[in-house]
Design a protein around this ligand. Structure first.
Ligand code: NAD
Length: 478
């Protein structure tokens, strides 16, 4: 299977841009060069912004039903090309082929959901205080959008921005990760082939900081949407401040998993291990701090390690592989440092703790038990295949520890006590809580964090709302 030709999409034309600069895309499982990403020059970015203005003019004038028709056709094309796109996704990102296909199923659902929901971008009519007057609250698209997304879900991260913007009637300039460009390019080709007007979607690549500085300094994009780390999110928000762009920040998390002794310990540990090592732990809502009630903590750790030992690490294109490599070589050193620090702080290494082989960026599924609260991994987001387990005594103790960090993305609670679940739900500092499961992401429910995990949900009616602005119109004597 061929790797997608990576090009920029500017004003409906696929181009290599004018900078002459490219960078290689590396397969993290083999370290082979898959292709080259062209970097957009400042002139290319200016052209993309001009195109997004024209695209916005054309797209917002269409009816929501017309927009839905084009988005639905694009969803069908992604479906038709799913095998090829999924292979590209696995080649550039590393996740197992089966997971890549599931990611594309989700990508298609998100596209369809926003396409349909765009028909329901309702305003309202407010009864007036004065006779003969009509007061209308209008929802209208916010304008051209600038979006930047990380590499960990090359399909879903991209479609949440593109479909949200398009469903609301906005145009968009998106910079997907230079490490995983093919999935974004393939999705953009589906939209172009479905009849998306020129300039509605523009795809650019480059040095991330150069691209974001250039786009965010302009008044043309009215909205910034970012998926990635907390430090980069803070940096981008500052860049967007000068032109007061609206922002959606989908940033990192450090999701606590709280297991009370009345939960089904074996079942919970198995589900926890499967979720923890999905995408090699490179998921913003990955469970990253396991707090287990002290009388069942030993049993949980044993069951968890047993389930983790069944994971087959390897090239995502190989049959039976359930966990691929890390995205890049730099992440191996980061993960090793988390593990070494935890062990030096007194944690017990139950399994893993090292790189596998010396070709491809594979790291062994790692389980650390009795991890002290002072270890670095209990503060910083690991974003890798490491599970730190610690024990707790009671509700107040564990709630305090769960809420200790500035992150507030996902959280998970396992208990059969309904009153406890309700109390926990009211007091946990997180944008999402799953009780007795790890399910927090569907197209029709809001996905997003609070505190330093960001703000502004993706998905759900909130996701569409992020691309709409409010206009109040009052009419008298008409
Ligand atoms: P990173 O912060 O350097 O990069 C994350 C992403 O942001 C990359 O795709 C990168 O291209 C983009 N980016 C970086 N600087 C940018 C800029 N100035 N302008 C625009 N985009 C920019 O981190 P990394 O080493 O690639 O990944 C590890 C960290 O990233 C983790 O600690 C995790 O917190 C975070 N991350 C979070 C998510 C998420 O879904 N919230 C996804 C991927 C990575």
């Amino acid at each position: 299977m061929a790797y997608e030709k990576i090009e920029l999409l500017i004003g409906g034309k696929w181009t290599n841009g004018t900078s002459g600069v490219t960078e290689p895309v590396i397969n993290p499982a083999t370290e082979e060069v898959l292709g080259h990403v062209p970097h957009a020059s400042a002139a290319d970015l200016d052209a993309a912004m001009e195109a997004s203005l024209e695209g916005f003019r054309v797209w917002r004038a269409k009816t929501a039903v017309e927009r839905q028709g084009i988005m639905e056709q694009a969803a069908r094309l992604i479906e038709e090309r799913k095998e090829a796109i999924a292979e590209n996704l696995t080649l550039e990102m590393g996740k197992p082929f089966g997971e890549a296909k599931l990611e594309l199923d989700f990508t298609i659902s998100v596209m369809r959901w926003y396409a349909e929901e765009g028909k329901r971008a309702y305003g309202r009519v407010v009864p007036p205080r004065v006779p003969g007057m009509r007061q209308m609250v209008m929802s209208e698209p916010v304008g051209p959008v600038a979006a930047f997304v990380a590499w960990n879900f090359p399909g879903v991260n991209v479609i949440r921005k593109i479909a949200g913007a398009l469903g609301a009637g906005c145009s968009i300039i998106i910079k997907a990760s230079e490490e995983t460009p093919a999935t974004c390019v393939a999705i953009a080709r589906c939209l172009q082939d479905a009849g998306l007007p020129d300039g509605v979607l523009n795809v650019v690549f480059g040095v991330p900081d150069d691209v974001s500085r250039h786009l965010l300094a302009s008044r043309i994009p009215r909205k910034l949407s970012f998926t990635g780390s907390v430090p980069v999110g803070k940096h981008l928000q500052k860049l967007a401040a000068d032109t007061l762009k609206r922002c959606t920040m989908e940033l990192g998390g450090h999701s606590p998993v709280i297991v009370f002794d009345d939960a089904d310990i074996a079942k919970t540990a198995q589900a926890a291990a499967a979720t923890k090592f999905r995408n090699a732990g490179q998921v913003c809502v990955s469970p990253t701090r396991f707090y287990v009630q002290d009388n069942v903590a030993g049993q949980f750790a044993d069951e968890f390690a047993k389930a983790a030992s069944a994971i087959k690490v390897g090239n995502g294109m190989d049959e039976g592989v359930t966990m691929g490599p890390l995205i890049a070589e730099r992440r191996l050193a980061v993960i090793q440092d988390f593990v070494d620090d935890a062990v030096n702080s007194g944690a017990e290494l139950m399994m893993g703790g090292e790189r596998i082989g010396n070709q491809g960026y594979f790291y062994a599924p790692t389980v650390l038990n009795n991890v002290p609260e002072t270890a670095k991994i209990m503060f910083d987001e690991p974003f890798g295949p490491v599970a730190p387990i610690a024990s707790f005594k009671n509700f107040d103790d564990v709630l305090e520890r769960a809420n200790r960090l500035e992150f507030g993305l996902a959280s998970y609670l396992f208990t059969n006590n309904g009153a406890r679940a309700t109390a926990f739900g009211e007091q946990i500092e997180a944008g999402m809580l799953a009780v007795n499961s790890f399910m927090v992401s569907t197209p029709e429910t809001p996905f997003g964090g609070i505190n330093e995990s960001g703000y502004g949900s993706e998905g759900g009616i909130e996701g569409l709302d992020a691309y709409l602005r409010t206009k109040f119109i009052t009419e008298t004597g008409v």
